[in-house]
Structures are given as structure tokens and as C-alpha cells.
Design a protein around this ligand. Sequence first.
Ligand SMILES: N=c1c2ncn([C@@H]3O[C@H](COP(=O)(O)OP(=O)(O)OP(=O)(O)O)[C@@H](O)[C@H]3O)c2ncn1[C@@H]1O[C@H](COP(=O)(O)O)[C@@H](O)[C@H]1O
Length: 106
Amino acid sequence: MQDLAQLYELVLNRKNNPQVGSYTDYLFTKGLDKILKKIGEEATEVIVAAKNPDKSELQYETADLLYHLMVLLVEQGVSYDDIKRELASREGLMSKTQERREIKEY
Ligand SMILES: N=c1c2ncn([C@@H]3O[C@H](COP(=O)(O)OP(=O)(O)OP(=O)(O)O)[C@@H](O)[C@H]3O)c2ncn1[C@@H]1O[C@H](COP(=O)(O)O)[C@@H](O)[C@H]1O
């Protein structure tokens, strides 16, 4: 089983302990522009896959995009906990937005 937190840790470990033949190391060696290019490509592939009735393609491309996002976060020094905190901070905010939307609709 590999959840996003585990994937982030694995990518961080590759950054700190480079391994020959590792694709993750290849991306870190190439640098930020390459990582950003991959994210652009993978995001586009998610969009195309979402138009396909076969959901397995969307699953595959989403996993590719999430992996490359983890590489970007590590490269930029943003921790997985930072993202969790950001998501958690929105919980109350989102319910207030929802309330406002519901009030407007009536
Ligand atoms: N989740 C992934 C993952 N998802 C996608 N990819 C790689 O992302 C690449 C995307 O394919 P593309 O055809 O777009 O890219 P490419 O032609 O191979 O290469 P470039 O376009 O970047 O030059 C493939 O080479 C995939 O292997 C991943 N590579 C690694 N991981 C995870 O990272 C772990 C460590 O991998 P290594 O760093 O390779 O040891 C693995 O065990 C996995 O858990």
C-alpha cells in the first residue's frame, strides 16, 4: 500500500540519498524547469484521460500527476505536512463558503 504521504517520503529519500538509475533522481538532476514541464504534460494527460469513458486511464494519469507533484514539493522544500495543514485550514472556510452559496441560492 502506498499513500501520498509515503510517496512523498520516498521521493524525499531519493533527494537525500541519490540512487543510480532512479527516475526521481533524473528529475532532480534535470531541475525545476524539467519538473514543471512534466507537471504540465501530466496535467494535460489527466484532462485528455478524463474525456475517455475508460476510467482506468484517468486513474493511471492521475497517479502520474500526483507523483510529479510530490517531486515538485520536495524540490521546492514544501513538506507534505504543509499541504495537510493547508487543506485542514480550509475545512471551516469551505463550510462558510457553502453556507454563503446556499443563502444566495434562496
Ligand atoms: N510513482 C512513480 C512514478 N509515476 C511515474 N513515474 C515515471 O514517470 C515517467 C513518466 O513517463 P513519461 O513517458 O512521461 O516520461 P519519460 O519518457 O520516461 O521521461 P521524460 O519525458 O521525463 O524524459 C515514467 O518514466 C515513469 O516511470 C514514476 N516514477 C517513480 N514513481 C515512484 O517513485 C519510486 C522510486 O522510483 P525511482 O526514483 O525510479 O527509483 C517508485 O518505486 C514509484 O513508487
